[in-house]
Design a protein around this ligand. Sequence first.
Ligand SMILES: CC(C)(COP(=O)(O)OP(=O)(O)OC[C@H]1O[C@@H](n2cnc3c(N)ncnc32)[C@H](O)[C@@H]1OP(=O)(O)O)[C@@H](O)C(=O)NCCC(=O)NCCS
Length: 351
Amino acid sequence: MRDRRLDATLGGMQPDIIPLDPADDPLVEEVQALRVAVDAVDTPDFPPPCPREFRADLTAQTSGRRVEPFVARIDGAVVGYLALWLPLRDNLDNADASLMVHPDHRRRGIGRALHAYAVDRVRDIGRKRLTGASVEALPGGPARSDAGRAFGTAVGAKASLDEVRRRLDLTTADRAAMAEMLAAARSRATGYQLLTWGNRTPDEYVADIGYLEGRLNSDAPVGDLTLEPEQVDERRLREREGVLDAAGMTVYSAGVVHEDSGKLVALTTLARAATVPWHAWQWITLVDPDHRGHRLGALVKIENLRTAEEHEPGLRMIDTWNAAVNSHMISINEAMGFRAVDSWVMWQQEV
Ligand SMILES: CC(C)(COP(=O)(O)OP(=O)(O)OC[C@H]1O[C@@H](n2cnc3c(N)ncnc32)[C@H](O)[C@@H]1OP(=O)(O)O)[C@@H](O)C(=O)NCCC(=O)NCCS
């Protein structure tokens, strides 16, 4: 690491911004160390970023999206990181940025330099808007830096959707309440069959799952973000499974099949990184609008969690994000024992 006294002399110096070559192992490792340092300061309760997942993401060229990673360096040392995620099937005017600056090098213009670079690049490739996310504290929640909101505002982005991260602590979860919730959900879900699977989506439900996933951007609240429905077909699903396999992620999914039509009409997914046995991310949960009101959302979530816990004895924490206004999903999560931790702002900027 760089000497802090030396850092004091760097004020005003412009960083070099170069593409990150995924085959450049030492550079990839430096960026991974930066990611660890950033999380330790900004979201200290996050699971440590998984190096295998990072490497897989850097090479994840699929027909659905590609990534362009860059590093900012001063005197050869990595001080910032930018990844531009570019959808390739839909949302062709959008680019989503992950942008971070090492905690020891903040407030020196490195963030601004990376942002300016991102705007130029996004314009060059003919896209019209840039999105990104930052964390902030909730009233009564753990302390979080004000930097993300100050930075988003300073660079002229618009806060376009408020999300809240909630965490379920499985070591203190109210198991009786969850069992009661599951029993109530099962009793309301007559005419539906539960199905669980792992990393590979069952062939017969690929089309139904693609349809449900494609609904997410229109069914879940997106605030002022400009998002089109995603086009999710078999090729895209299988490619994504390949990326998750390469990343070493373990995926648990549950769905319900409507017995009369044979269609899969509800879906939920948990995923655990290779290097973090104690933690899983709760990803999508979606129920087809024609089948709402049967507690299928609660059913798939609790059943999926039970399956994951059976296979993952070390699992202790689950994190999930919801739009702050997504009252239906939030009420299921709160009833399961998820509790709000921090607030996430989705930024959007026309470039
Ligand atoms: C947000 C982040 C990228 C800023 O990086 P940075 O190199 O410190 O940013 P800059 O020095 O270029 O700051 C640009 C402007 O943002 C504002 N700003 C940034 N951090 C701030 C802070 N802690 N308090 C108040 N204003 C701040 C200021 O207006 C600043 O201009 P100024 O220094 O001339 O007053 C960095 O804090 C970070 O990596 N945070 C975690 C990840 C994240 O939130 N990314 C942003 C996604 S939108």
